[in-house]
Design a protein around this ligand. Structure first.
Ligand code: SF4
Length: 368
């Protein structure tokens, strides 16, 4: 086995990408069933080819909760690896090959800001601290501390696969929801359930009282956190018009992290798993313009040569943090595991784990 004695990351970062393939395969073979590699759909091909399972964040959390091996190597971003650690057995260890693989959306909701918003809701008499009055829901794309906050106050985590079911679940408990951190997923889902836009207000953590009057907060059915995905925000309504003009009959399908105006113009919206299904089930010859991360779009185009598959906007809709997981990082993590060193382990603090687990378990029970 061609490992360095210290397995230092610097020695790997200088390797040409293709030279890592054989090393990754060899390490995987040695580790065998001790290790499972999970890959999010937005990972690049050079990395995802080594994953045992691929999926969206919903599917990957289910897989993490069922994984048998001692090591779960998560090719995704930080909040996903945190969730895997929360759902994993105590003897399992979760590894994120590059600690810098974060998510700008998750970073838009810091726990201190969320606590501060909630305190203001309590002061205004909208809810009790325990959540009698407002059901808090957080998208999977949030820090473990935010998931724990929600779990402790009677709320749940959701993904783009089960956001509607989670909102229905939340409304069965209270007449008002607090949806974190993606305003677009919250708005698109709420609107799809028949909630008028005026009944969904945006809470801006950088403005006094979130930038809202007490009356507006009282009247709202959904209070949306002011967060977004910088990748999906790039898709614009004009992109839909342009593609339809250029390719009459084209199917426009987009992720619900896109703006409301884009989702309204699209033929369908859905999680990455749903977008894949729509493409797979379409008859040969169908043309698609897809509004989601470019690696998934390019992979679908390769897998379905009998269909025309394009990105809705080719101006760099790439998730740069997902892209950080490289073959070099994967080889480094796996060869270290072979040597008995667990590098880049993601460990959520026990106090946070307890309530985040409650919120994640609720998510797994709320089917999409
Ligand atoms: S695509 Fe957007 S939401 Fe998903 S990990 Fe990247 S920045 Fe975060």
């Amino acid at each position: 086995m061609n490992t360095t004695s210290q397995c230092s990351l610097d020695n790997y970062l200088v390797l040409p990408e293709h030279s890592c393939d054989a090393r990754i395969r060899e390490a995987r073979e040695i580790l065998g069933e001790q290790c499972v590699v999970l890959g999010h759909h937005y990972q690049r091909d050079e990395v995802i080819q080594f994953s045992d399972y691929q999926g969206d964040s919903w599917r990957l959390s289910e897989l993490a909760s069922q994984a048998r091996g001692r090591y779960i190597v998560f090719c995704g971003v930080h909040f996903m690896a945190e969730s895997a650690d929360i759902l994993a057995r105590p003897d399992q260890k979760v590894v994120l090959p590059d600690m810098n693989a974060g998510c700008s959306m998750a970073d838009m909701a810091e726990i201190s800001q969320v606590e501060d918003a909630w305190e203001q809701f309590v002061r205004l008499g909208l809810t009790s601290d325990e959540g009698k009055g407002i059901t808090p829901l957080t998208y999977m794309n949030s820090a473990a501390a935010v998931k724990a906050f929600v779990g402790e106050r009677g709320g749940a985590v959701c993904t783009s696969s089960n956001a509607r079911a989670a909102m229905e679940w939340g409304f069965a408990r209270n007449r008002k929801l607090f949806f974190l951190p993606d305003q677009h997923l919250g708005r698109n889902t709420g609107y799809g359930m028949g909630i008028p836009l005026e009944e969904m207000v945006v809470w801006d953590p950088y403005l006094p009282q979130g930038g809202q009057t007490a009356e507006a907060l009282r009247a709202a059915k959904v209070i949306l956190w002011k967060g977004h995905c910088s990748v999906h925000m790039r898709f614009l309504p004009e992109d839909v018009d342009r593609m339809r003009q250029r390719y009459p009959g084209i199917q426009v399908i987009v992720h619900p992290e896109c703006r409301w105006e884009v989702c309204q113009k699209a033929d369908d919206t859905g999680s990455t798993d749903k977008l894949r299904r729509l493409v797979t089930e379409a008859p040969a010859g169908t043309k698609f313009a897809i509004g989601t991360e470019i690696h998934l779009v390019n992979r679908l185009a390769k897998q379905h040569p009998d269909k025309t598959i394009m990105t809705l906007n080719d101006c760099g809709c790439l998730c740069t943090t997902m892209y950080r997981i490289s073959p070099q990082h994967l080889a480094w993590s796996l060869e270290n595991l072979v040597e008995g060193n667990v590098v880049n382990q993601i460990k959520v603090r026990p106090a946070v784990k307890r309530w985040a687990r409650v919120a994640l378990d609720r998510m797994l029970q709320i089917k999409g």
